[in-house]
Design a binder for this molecule. Structure first.
Ligand SMILES: N[C@@H](CCC(=O)N[C@@H](CS)C(=O)NCC(=O)O)C(=O)O
Length: 234
């Protein structure tokens, strides 16, 4: 492993849900890294990101010569590089399910993400969502119930102790709260667990400062969000 520092490049904290995932995993686990926010208001945002990331997207992790893009791959790299952080569950069965739900999050829930984009610092009135987004929400709540029922030994997270799965679902939890989505007791308790993490509090405070500085900030200029109306959500 390179002995140089880890550098994590991320987007604006109020909006960049993919950035939050590895940032939370690393921050909560106490993995040392240098954070570089590339704010969405920069007119040359895409060019700045392109200097670091082959996909022109954040997050991206640089470790010496190594570049790792894709939130889940970054989490995996950190879990391997810092085994003491125990970022995946110990048990093989729990680890398999944690990887399955993390992959499901990474590749799915497009309707929920598009209709309820992450906006951590704000609270919106409850809104009607499409049937597809409602199915996404039901599936998320089902995952929470299933994980908490099967793997609740040793802590209040999805697999007992904090794991990458919690980092992958953290932005969805913030969406449930931001848009006052109707949730069950299991989800409410789990949301309380996640939002009371000191690392989440730090991220949320920074998101609130961003919103105060620039209340109208949405997607970065030149990104796929601004090119394709109705495209993927940050
Ligand atoms: N699958 C990627 C998604 C990354 C992503 O879409 N990041 C957004 C910010 S949250 C981005 O950089 N978007 C710029 C664009 O789409 O042009 C991951 O897991 O890291």
């Amino acid at each position: 492993m390179s002995s140089s520092a880890l550098h994590l490049y991320i987007g604006s904290k109020n909006l960049s849900s993919w950035s939050l995932r590895p940032w939370l995993a690393m921050s909560h686990a106490g993995v040392p890294f240098e954070e570089h926010v590339i704010p969405y208001e920069l007119p040359d945002w895409v060019d700045r990101v392109a200097q670091r990331s082959p996909t022109r997207k954040v997050p991206v992790l640089c470790h010496g010569e190594l570049v790792v893009w894709e939130s889940l791959a970054i989490c995996e790299y950190v879990a391997e590089a810092f085994p003491g952080a125990r970022l995946w569950p110990e048990g093989r069965e729990a680890r398999a399910v944690a990887r399955a739900v993390s992959s499901e999050m990474h590749s799915g829930f497009a309707d929920l993400r598009r209709e309820l984009p992450m906006d951590i610092a704000r609270r919106h009135p409850r809104r009607a969502v499409s049937d597809a987004a409602a199915r996404d929400i039901a599936r998320v709540l089902g995952i929470f119930r299933d994980c908490r029922a099967r793997f609740d030994q040793g802590g209040p997270f999805l697999f007992g102790a904090f794991s990458i799965a919690d980092a992958m679902f953290a932005p969805v939890v913030t969406r449930l709260l931001s848009y006052d989505v109707e949730i069950d007791d299991v989800a409410r308790a789990y949301a309380g667990t996640l939002t009371s993490l000191p690392a989440m509090a730090r991220w949320s405070a920074a998101a609130a400062e961003e919103v105060e500085r620039n209340p109208h900030l949405t997607a970065p200029a030149g990104s796929s969000y601004t090119k394709a109306a109705g495209g993927a959500a940050p």
